[in-house]
Design a protein around this ligand. Structure first.
Ligand SMILES: *Cc1c(COP(=O)(O)O)cnc(C)c1O
Length: 474
């Protein structure tokens, strides 16, 4: 038999094709090693069946690399793929923020599979406007006269500043000149829009008289930015929309614009969660116009929603930028269904709302189900208390009591386990707390538990393979 012709794994690992797959195709080395071993086992079988199948080691290497190439092609065909979120952070911006509800996903599928009345009035047989599709729902939910939807809240901020305050002054408190993340700074966007920033007050305190002294004939609006991703504590003061509205009532053309950031439609405060105002309150308190995200607390698709006085929204709808920033039918379909759930359905069926509200007991049930399947694993699992975050830059100080599975191993570190879990077929993202890897089950659904178990087993195989390789001195 020619078994001595079989190449060692490291000969395959050192091949330039292997380096190429790792570097260009993003295939994890551990995955390639696993495939090589499987291919070697199959060649070994082939050789024992027909000893003269291969006459040279090079032929075997070529054969295995050809087989591996097929696997490379099938491995993660997409560059955007599903991951399992074990961080407990519900609105994880890096992991795509809000998950859509099944019914919203169905609406997206239906609307994209067929033609739709996106810009067509079926009763009259004439052209319609995509802006009118969500008007009635948004009017009801925000209490504003009119509304429109653009690509995201950053786009909404830009359109509002450009459309309503170009070459005019926008008064804003120094305490609200925030950076939202992803390099979105209010001051930068303002500069880009050609609105003139007029800063008032100080970082910790701004009073009504600060705003009043700054108002002049150059003023287009007072902008309030919801400082959603941090909290100033201690000696602080800011001015409520209500007082600003009293202030501006004496002037003809000074608008109040509130960038609400997350824009909650669900009263989380009633459940004792955070201090996020619902959008309706901002409008009731006298904001002429507000904007907020579709994929933060609202739990819908990426979008920026602008609500406010009819005459102002009309000006924005007619602005050339409205065409540049318009949303597509899939967004409108998902948003329509999500908004409807707030009015006619149960908002706690929206995954974002459901997961933020989820009690520690409910999270524990899922974690326990997972734990029940881990007996016999070469690592210790323990159910522990953790705190999850809302994420997406919203409710920064809110800590949601949650449950996690904590993994302990004598053979590999938290970093190694975390790394291996990111190399599996469906990558799993967790948290390392005090040198231990944790999976917070707030953001794992019941449906995901079986595949989470599979990924964990795969990660353990990867780690064993690595250990075996290092034991062999490679
Ligand atoms: C998140 C946020 C934005 C940006 O919203 P996107 O939907 O991410 O574009 C703008 N302003 C505030 C206050 C925010 O919190």
């Amino acid at each position: 038999m020619n078994l001595q012709l079989l190449p060692p794994v490291h000969a395959l690992q050192n091949d330039k094709m292997t380096r190429h797959w790792i570097q260009n195709d993003g295939i994890p080395e551990t995955e390639l090693v696993k495939w090589f071993k499987e291919e070697l086992a199959s060649v070994r079988q082939d050789i024992s069946d027909s000893p003269h199948l291969f006459s040279r080691r090079e032929h075997i290497i070529d054969h295995i690399l050809t087989q591996t190439e097929k696997r490379v092609k099938n491995f993660r065909t997409f560059r955007l793929y599903k991951v399992l979120n074990g961080t407990g952070t519900v609105l994880h911006t890096n992991l795509g923020r809000a998950r859509l509800s099944e019914s919203a996903i169905e609406r997206v599928a239906e609307t994209s599979r067929h033609y739709s009345n996106l810009e067509y009035q079926t009763d009259e047989g004439i052209r319609g406007s995509r802006h009118s599709i969500l008007q009635h729902l948004l009017r009801e939910l925000t209490g504003a006269e009119d509304a429109m939807v653009v690509n995201n809240n950053a786009a909404a901020v830009y359109l509002i500043l450009r459309g309503l305050a170009k070459n005019k002054e926008v008064i804003i408190s120094r305490g609200e000149l925030v950076e939202i993340g992803g390099s979105f700074r209010i001051s930068t966007i303002m500069e880009e829009s050609d609105a003139l920033l007029r800063e008032v007050g100080t970082t910790n305190k701004t009073h009504a008289f600060d705003y009043e002294e700054a108002i002049s004939e150059k003023t287009a609006m007072i902008m309030k930015v919801h400082t959603s991703n941090f909290k100033t504590v201690g000696f602080t003061a800011d001015v409520e929309t209500k007082s600003l509205s009293q202030l501006t009532s004496a002037y003809d053309n000074v608008l109040i614009y509130e960038d609400l950031g997350s824009g909650s439609l669900y009263p989380f405060t009633h459940e004792g969660i955070g201090e996020e105002p619902v959008v309706k309150e901002a409008i009731k308190n006298g904001a002429d116009i507000v904007s907020f995200s579709g994929d933060k607390l609202l739990g819908g698709p990426q979008a920026g929603i602008i609500s406010g006085r009819k005459e102002i929204i009309n000006r924005l709808k007619k602005h050339p930028l409205a065409r540049v920033l318009r949303v597509d039918k899939m967004t409108l379909a998902a948003l329509e269904q999500t908004l409807q759930m707030y009015i006619h359905g149960d908002p706690t069926d929206i995954p974002t709302v459901r997961d933020i509200k989820m009690s520690q007991e409910e999270v524990e049930k899922k974690a326990a189900l997972f734990m029940g399947e881990t007996s016999g694993w070469p690592l210790h699992c323990e159910l522990v208390n953790v705190e999850s975050q809302v994420g997406g830059g919203t409710m920064p100080v809110v800590k949601l009591p949650s449950k996690a599975v904590k993994f302990k191993s004598g053979t590999f570190t938290a970093g190694e386990f975390s790394h291996a879990l990111r190399q599996t077929k469906i990558p799993v993202i967790g948290r390392v707390i005090e040198d231990h890897f944790h999976l917070d089950f707030r953001t794992i659904t019941y449906d995901e538990i079986p595949e989470l178990l599979t990924q964990c087993k795969e990660a353990l195989t990867i780690l064993n393979a690595e250990e075996a390789i290092s034991k062999n001195g490679h």
